[in-house]
Structures are given as C-alpha cells and as structure tokens.
Design a protein around this ligand. Structure first.
Ligand SMILES: Cc1ncc(COP(=O)(O)O)c(C=O)c1O
Length: 395
C-alpha cells in the first residue's frame, strides 16, 4: 500500500512497516544494525496524518522554501489559541509565538526569563535535553527526584522546597512527563504553583506530550489559576503528537503580564530556524489532526497495556507503571542486576532503548522504551526483555 493510502485509511494505521520507517531516513532506525529493534528516539512508526501530508505536499509544490511568514500573519497563533482553549487554557493569539523547537525555547527562557542568577530545579526523571538546556543556558541544575509510591511517580514537594530554599530561581516541569508518563493532577499542580508563588520564582512547563494523553484529562499548568499563568511559560508543539519534529515549528505560550513584550525583545538570532512547512503542518495538525490522533491513540493504548500486562504476568509488575500519557515506557530494570541495562539489552536482547541515567540520577537502573510501533514489534521486544529478566532471576 502506498504511504498516502495508508494515511487516508485510519483503520489500517498498523499496516505501516519497519521498511517504511527505515525508508524515511530519519534518526530512528538509522543508527543500529538491522537485527536490533530501535525503540529509542521519540519518533512514531506510523504514517503521517493525511491533512498534514496534504498541506506539506502543497507547500513543496508551491516551492515554499523561503523564510517563515511572521507569527501575526501566519494564522497559527489564532489556530493554536483555539486548540489550547479545548484544553481549558485561555490565551489570546497575541500571547503565542512561534519558534523552531521546544528545547531552543527552553534555553532562551532559561537565559532570559525572571531571575536567572540561581540554579534551575528540574523534576526528575526527565527528558534528557532538559539537562542539556540548563547547561546550554550556562546555569546549574538542581535535580528534584519524584517520589515513587504505590505504583506511580508523584511530585515530591519536600524535595522541591529544599531546592527552592537552596536558591533555585527557575523550575522545569515536563507535563505530562517524559519519561514516566504522568499527567499531573489539579491538586499536584496547585501545590506546585503555591510553592513557585511562595518563593517568587518562574516555572517553565513543557507540554509537548499533552496530545498523547490516554482518556483525556490533561491539565495545562497555566490553566490552574491566574497566579500559575502569571509565573509560568508554556512550551508546546505538534511535533510529538503528530510525529513531525523535522518540520521545525513549536509554540511559546506567554501568559505572564509583559512576557510577550519581553520575548519580542530577545535577540532574533536566537529565535530563528522555523520552517514554512512546519507552520503549515502545525496548523493542519491542530485544526484537522484529531481523527488521526484518536486512531493513533488506540494503537498506543493497546501497546501500553500489552507491555504492562506482559511484565505483570511474568511476575515483574515492578518494571512498569501504566503510562497515563506518552508512548514511552519507563522500565525499572534493577532486577537485571547489571550496571548498564540499556547496553545489556542491545547486546543480549537486540533491543535498543534510551539509558535511564540520561534522565537524571533518578534514572539509574532504568531504560526508556518507545512503544509507538506496530504491536507485533512491541510484543517481540517485550518478550525479549522479559526472557532476560527471567534468566537473571534464576541466576
Ligand atoms: C518532553 C520533550 N520536550 C521536547 C522534546 C523535543 O522537542 P523539540 O524537537 O521541539 O525540541 C521532546 C522530544 O522527544 C520531548 O519529549
């Protein structure tokens, strides 16, 4: 089946093959030898949504390869404002700016927003680039590990308070969390916002995984109160939900008074790199991408349950908490009793995962597994991992 036919026929979303993914020539499936299942970088083995393919193909035909149209002429802030209001986040188009990618925005915010003299409190385990972004901004990280209790991770407010007492002036939140898949509750976000307010610091909330929340219920940080909206900056993008990170377009949501003006005053050289194709693709995703996303979520839901049940049935329920969001499984492989579980799995199970330590010190003994692949691949990869857990348990 041709790629555009697969994309049109949502019921056949799983007819995508690994050959199709390899033919993309992107990072995933290009790094490891052919016998290794690559479940690392957050790209999905799924056809791109038809509305996105259509606008990008049209843009290619029109040779839309110039510089990007300015934010206020692009129509994207209006579409994004409408999309965000569906998540109960009320923002005016004039409070939304485009940028090439979320991490670039994070570095810029860490350099320029609020008091940047102190360290950055980063809730861990977290997406590895958060730690890179802190370094790129010339600031020092203070890791704030989450607490793990009764089969789920929770924000640890004592640990956060300690970091704030030590002088942290910015807090980094990944909501929902990559890698642990938590969508934080209103109560958690309210308590978090009280702490941020008490210490009069700023919070950056990366909400790039919000579209990938199972059963809905995602709560944007800035939506919980006027106070939270004032002290936070929200970063998001269609790049994870619709699998288009190579198209180079993300969004900065500036809900604090004066923040949009402050953002506009930052050096233009640090904000470049947005692609006209990315603007078109993001508009199509936010306006017309929900049916595709619903279909993709059904596959991801099946995969997350399959992995969860396989570990539980094998007598290892401790390995995975069922993710509430994202297509990432955060696997506790301490029972393997090896120093580097990721390396071990590549060598012995021919499964590539992302090493846990990249997500902060709290990640030691863990790996992150990307389950956005045909179910047969995920089943095979999980069986391989389970068989090694069994071996070590017997050893
Ligand atoms: C939480 C999170 N933020 C940011 C990114 C990267 O986004 P971008 O390519 O827009 O920098 C990722 C990619 O996986 C992610 O998981």
């Amino acid at each position: 089946m041709k790629i555009d036919e697969i994309s049109r026929n949502l019921e056949n979303i799983e007819t995508w093959s690994l050959k199709d993914s390899r033919d993309r020539g992107c990072k995933r499936w290009s790094v490891y030898p052919p016998d290794v299942l690559d479940l690392t970088v957050a790209e999905m083995d799924l056809p791109i949504a038809e509305p996105i393919l259509e606008v990008v193909t049209d843009a290619v035909r029109r040779q839309a390869f110039g510089y990007p149209i300015p934010d206020f002429k692009s129509g994207l802030p209006e579409i994004a404002s409408n999309w965000l209001s569906g998540q109960n986040l009320k923002v005016k188009p004039s409070q939304i700016r485009m940028i090439a990618d979320v991490i670039k925005a994070m570095v810029l915010a860490l350099r320029h927003v609020g008091d940047t003299s102190g360290p950055v409190a980063v809730i861990t385990p977290t997406y590895s680039r958060f730690l890179d972004a802190i370094e790129a901004a010339g600031r020092r990280p203070l890791e704030v590990p989450m607490r793990h209790s009764q089969g789920r991770y929770e924000l640890d407010f004592d640990a956060l308070d300690e970091a704030l007492r030590k002088g942290a002036t910015t807090v980094l939140l990944c909501n929902p969390s990559n890698p642990v898949g938590r969508k934080y509750s209103a109560a958690e976000l309210e308590t978090l916002s009280e702490a941020i307010d008490r210490y009069n610091v700023r919070l950056i909330s990366d909400e790039i995984h919000a579209p990938l929340t199972y059963g809905g219920g995602f709560i944007p940080y800035a939506s919980i109160s006027r106070t939270a909206a004032q002290h936070s900056i929200t970063l998001t993008s269609a790049s994870k939900g619709w699998n288009i990170p190579g198209l180079r377009c993300a969004l900065v949501i500036l809900t604090g008074d004066g923040d949009a003006e402050m953002w506009d005053s930052l050096p233009r050289a640090a904000k470049g790199g947005i692609s006209p194709l990315g603007i078109e693709a993001t508009k199509a995703a936010l306006e017309h991408g929900q049916p595709w996303l619903d279909s993709a979520m059904r596959l991801l839901d099946r995969n997350r349950n399959l992995i969860y049940e396989k570990f539980a049935r094998a007598g290892h329920p401790e390995v995975l908490d069922l993710p509430e969001s994202t297509y990432l499984a955060w696997l506790d492989l301490n029972s393997l009793s090896v120093t580097d579980p990721s390396k071990y799995l590549i060598e012995h199970a021919k499964v590539a995962t992302t090493p846990g330590e990249e997500h902060g010190r709290a990640g030691t003994g863990f790996v992150r597994l990307n389950f956005a692949s045909p179910t047969a691949i995920i089943e095979d990869a999980t069986d391989r991992i389970v068989s090694h857990l069994g071996k070590n348990a017997l050893a």
